[in-house]
Design a protein around this ligand. Structure first.
Ligand code: TXA
Ligand code: MG
Length: 348
């Protein structure tokens, strides 16, 4: 299959392209689309055969459910059987935007989408092209991130091309994604709303809106074999470049000294804060900054692109820096980086 890459310049300028993407989706095909978080690989959420194509193209485990994307609030009733008060509050505040709610599904959503679960993940993206594509398709779109399973999520159309070229018919290029990592996932089906994946909407914002919000401990911990998890995505190694990643905690100079000692007998690369880059001037290994330590949104925006460029470097090991965990965007950064590192962490 050849993959067509279409650069989107505007809703009017590319109206034919939106129509073609919509027709492909109506006809049971998959299309990669931009969203404000990361690129998604979309298919008609009501069409089981179309949804199966997503799993094949991504090499995604069958038991990992997909998020269903809608283009207006009223579509929520098309896919869920119950809309709790908490969902109305969150929708009012954060939709359209980078928030996914887990709700009870209805019968129209096939089991292939939810991997057999009785709940469904729903998101109403704010990206205007994403919404235009959902509207052109005329149906809600099931879409996971448009990477090959295990790789960092794509934040540009070129990342998608790299992973899925030859495997899907079309990629719509809407430029770089704003947020840079995936949506926040919150489960609203239990007694207490529970954060399952930190993302673009922060824990602080969720608590301001709802009061009590629990945090699933597996956000920052490794899941052991055969352990039951609230969200299947927690089980899988994610976002990993080909070389092993080790997170190094400690002062900047101690970090620099540790890395330089190890560089004597290993080929290394460094993923650091922007303000630490100069510490490595004059050394001949690759140093990739991903944002300012004090600016979690910037770190979130830069992380996946940085992990992908590290993937292109042949290093034996990657030493990485992480921000301190709080209730803002840094929680999402540490969650993704921990997974990329397989939870390997040292203090210096
Ligand atoms: O920002 C995003 O959310 C992007 C864009 C494309 O919208 N999508 C995305 O999808 O990140 P994906 O498939 O890479 O991640 C979906 C996560 C997985 O960890 C999955 O296990 C979880 O959501 N999930 C989906 N349905 C669920 C459900 N019913 N219960 C619990 N977790 C669920
Ligand atoms: Mg993903």
């Amino acid at each position: 299959m050849t993959t067509e890459l279409i650069k989107i310049r505007g809703l009017m300028q590319n109206s034919d392209d939106f129509m073609r993407a919509g027709n492909l989706l109506k006809n049971g095909e998959v299309v990669a689309i931009p969203t404000e978080t990361v690129y998604g690989l979309a298919a008609n959420a009501f069409d089981e055969d179309a949804v199966k194509k997503i799993f094949i193209a991504k090499g995604r485990p069958q038991d990992n459910p997909l998020i269903v994307h809608i283009s207006e609030f009223d579509d929520l009733a098309e896919i869920t059987s119950e809309i709790p008060e908490s969902a109305l509050i969150l929708a009012e505040k954060f939709w359209p935007g980078p928030l996914t709610m887990i709700l009870k599904k209805n019968d129209k959503i096939p089991m292939a989408v939810t991997a057999g679960l009785s709940t469904v993940a729903v998101r109403f993206p704010s990206h205007i092209y994403a919404r235009a594509i959902i509207e052109a398709a005329g149906v809600p779109l099931a879409a996971p991130s448009a990477n090959r399973s295990g790789k960092p999520s794509p934040t540009t159309a070129q990342h998608v091309m790299r992973d899925l070229s030859g495997l899907i018919p079309m990629i719509l290029d809407g430029g770089e994604c704003d947020v840079g990592l995936e949506s926040t996932v919150i489960d609203l089906t239990g007694d207490v709303p529970t954060l399952l994946r930190p993302g673009g909407i922060t824990l602080r914002e969720l608590r301001e809106a709802l009061g009590n919000v629990a945090v699933n401990p597996k956000i920052l911990e490794e899941v052991s074999d055969n352990e039951q998890v609230a969200s299947p995505g927690m089980k899988y190694k994610h976002y990993a470049p080909s070389a092993p990643v080790v997170i190094v905690d400690g002062e900047a100079l101690a970090f620099r000294d540790y890395v330089c000692r190890n560089a004597a007998d290993k080929s290394i690369a460094v993923l650091c804060f922007a303000e630490e880059q100069h510490l490595f001037d004059g050394f001949d290994f690759r140093v990739i900054p991903y944002g300012n330590r004090t600016n979690p949104a910037e770190l979130a925006h830069g992380l996946f692109a940085a992990l992908r460029s590290l993937d292109d470097i042949s290093a034996d090991i990657i030493y990485a820096r992480e921000p301190e965990v709080g209730d803002g965007m840094e929680l999402a950064v540490v969650n993704r980086l921990s997974r990329a590192a397989g939870f390997t962490r040292i203090s210096v």
